[in-house]
Design a protein around this ligand. Structure first.
Ligand code: BTN
Length: 328
């Protein structure tokens, strides 16, 4: 019956009265009202004015498999899209699926995560329908130590997608954060399973705060987190952004696999970096290094010059950039 109500609203560009709906569909006006309420809860924006009736203003921004598969049908890299309404973590789910044989190019996406994971065992807030909570399963034929480059490829893809789609000036804080207006809008979590010299699978998780309001962030994150909507000024289509991110990712990842170098991604990371040329604080295994960030190497490592003039490469670690989110 919900479908019939929706069709009646879609077919009309004017208000449709409750009485009209009840006559054509053959149910009471109370039943109509109940279904309209449910449709609103599903994300349909329906205006209701007494004595005029109901009008469909917009449909929900669905990112389910069907909606995405139609748009991504030309992408050879994307093999399957698995969509959840709710899941603990798309990365955990992705790892499970990869271990059970899911192929490279399988995408796991969810409307919400109840146990979203950030780096270093942190929690990743993932409220329903407001962001992109997505993981990509990869099975690259590369050495395990090369896998860090995947985070750089992903950061380049996400930042490029945001810039191309919205015009928002997104920057990349090495190695895995996308920054907008000095705050974090996206985090990337790359997890791997492998042997000493071979990779079983890589799951790269992308969390983008798209349409969240400040009140959606917990108190301790308000200073450091932002959504694209807050910067852009109005809601953005999650569907369009998912499509753009996956298209950019496909281009950069396949280029890396085919040429065996990630030059394209690294030049984007350098160009959009908010880290290079800045004072950075790197915490690695409990040790803190204060240094200047000089460059990102072809392998995706950060080249730094510490206060004793020593130049070294950093593969991973917790990096704080002076001036970005108050040196946090
Ligand atoms: C970070 O900046 O700490 C990384 C955050 C990564 C969050 C994403 S959301 C989709 C995927 N599933 C998870 O549980 N985490 C990643």
């Amino acid at each position: 019956m919900k479908k019939k109500i929706l069709k009646a609203l879609k077919d009309s560009d004017k208000y449709v009265s409750g009485e009209e709906l009840s006559n054509t569909i053959g149910v009471t006006r109370t039943a109509i009202w109940k279904h309209i309420k449910q449709l609103k809860e599903e994300g349909y924006k329906i205006e209701s004015i007494s004595r005029k009736g109901y009008k469909l203003v917009s449909e929900p921004d669905t990112i389910d498999s069907k909606a995405l598969e139609i748009e991504l049908k030309d992408k050879s890299f994307i093999k399957e899209i698995v969509h959840y309404n709710t899941v603990d973590s798309t990365n955990s789910q992705g790892k499970l699926m990869a271990a059970q044989g899911a192929i490279e190019g399988t995408i796991v996406i969810s409307e919400e995560q109840t146990g979203g994971k950030g780096r270093l065992g942190r929690e990743w807030i993932s409220p329903k329908g407001t962001g992109i909570w997505m993981s990509i399963i990869l099975k690259p034929n590369i050495e395990p130590q090369e896998a860090t480059i995947i985070t750089q490829i992903t950061a380049a893809a996400v930042a490029s997608a945001i810039i191309k789609l919205t015009g928002i000036k997104a920057g990349i804080k090495w190695p895995n954060d996308i920054i907008v207006d000095g705050k974090k809008v996206c985090g990337i979590l790359t997890e791997m399973s492998g042997e000493l010299n071979s990779i079983n699978y890589v799951v790269v998780g992308i969390g983008v705060n798209v349409n969240m309001n400040q009140e959606d962030f917990p108190e301790e994150l308000k200073e450091v987190a932002i959504s694209l909507k807050e910067s852009f000024g109005e809601d953005l289509s999650r569907k369009e952004l998912v499509i753009k991110i996956l298209s950019e990712f496909e281009e950069l990842y396949l280029d890396f696999i085919n040429t065996n170098n990630a030059q394209k991604s690294i030049s984007i990371c350098r160009e959009l970096s908010v880290t290079l040329g800045k004072q950075v604080k790197i915490v690695q295994r409990g040790k803190t290094i204060l240094a200047e960030a000089l460059d990102i190497t072809e392998d995706g490592e950060l080249l730094i010059k510490s206060s004793d003039e020593n130049i070294q490469k950093v593969v991973s670690g917790e990096v704080s950039v002076r001036g970005i989110i108050g040196y946090i």
